[in-house]
Design a protein around this ligand. Structure first.
Ligand code: ZN
Length: 174
């Protein structure tokens, strides 16, 4: 993890704030289990940097203006690639990012840590609750989204594994 060696964040777990343009990328990071917030709506670049410093988060941005802040080497990850898939790949290679860090431990929509759903939550949040009998179901207390090992979650798990395979390109051959 060369990029953050010696920085204020080097000892902390990886935490991020993503600029508004990168919402899709933020969702993938949350699916992988990383703590990712978005800036307050209408926040200026300076406010975004202040938020990152106050909360000890890396800013992931597609806006090169943020590189002009003096603290940028410690807080700003600027992605030059265009397109979501290319940006995910660039981020993977820059950070040697582990996409199987803690899959489905956070809500992809709002970043809240997930908890095992109670029977009542399943019944209240999902009208066809009987279909989920016996399954391991997780819930978000904030937006009431449920997550279980259905085909949608399986597809996302496969995508995480596929993104991890980008890191193999970094490893020296054995
Ligand atoms: Zn949520």
């Amino acid at each position: 993890m060369k990029l953050i060696e010696g920085s204020l964040c080097s000892l902390a777990p990886l935490r991020f704030v993503c600029d508004e343009m990168l919402n899709g990328l933020a969702q993938w990071l949350r699916i992988a289990g990383y703590d990712v917030t978005m800036p307050v709506e209408g926040a200026s670049d300076r406010q975004l940097v202040e938020q990152a410093q106050a909360q000890q988060r890396w800013i992931i941005t597609a806006d090169s203006d943020l590189l002009e802040f003096s603290c940028a080497p410690f807080y700003v990850i600027y992605l030059a690639a265009q397109g979501e898939c290319e940006r995910l790949q660039e981020l993977t290679l820059r950070l040697d990012l582990d996409w199987c860090y803690a899959p489905f431990s956070r809500c992809k929509n709002c970043n809240t840590p997930l908890h095992p759903a109670s029977d009542r939550e399943i019944q209240n949040f999902y009208p066809q609750a009987s279909k989920l009998d016996g399954q391991n179901v997780l819930a978000c207390a904030t937006c009431r989204q449920l997550y279980w090992e259905g085909s949608h979650v399986r597809r996302m798990r496969h995508r995480l594994e596929a993104m991890n395979s980008w890191r193999d390109a970094l490893s020296p051959p054995h």
